[in-house]
Design a protein. Structure first.
Length: 94
């Protein structure tokens, strides 16, 4: 069951990074600095999320994976709203 949930999590999150990159490229000038910040953020998330998931599953049990997925989805939604506000302000300044 954990393997199936992990596969579903990977498939569900796989489209978020390319979607964010293409959305930002349409909205702003995709400079090298912005692209490098996106890569650093993505790699940090790739390192931290499995570690947090493993620690939570070890101490709290396998059910914690569902809560981690829910928290991750909420954080992605908040990040999307924040990015949308920042991009709209950036466009107004130009």
């Amino acid at each position: 069951m954990i393997t199936v949930c992990s596969i579903g999590l990977g498939i569900g999150l796989a489209s978020s990074y390319p979607s964010l990159v293409s959305w930002l490229a349409k909205q702003t000038d995709a400079s090298a600095t912005l692209s490098s910040l996106l890569v650093i953020g993505q790699n940090t998330g790739s390192l931290v999320l499995p570690m947090i998931t493993g620690v939570c599953m070890q101490f709290l049990g396998a059910d914690s994976l569902l809560y981690i997925c829910l928290i991750n989805a909420l954080l992605l939604a908040i990040l999307f709203v924040f990015a949308n506000v920042v991009v709209k302000r950036y466009i107004k300044q130009k």
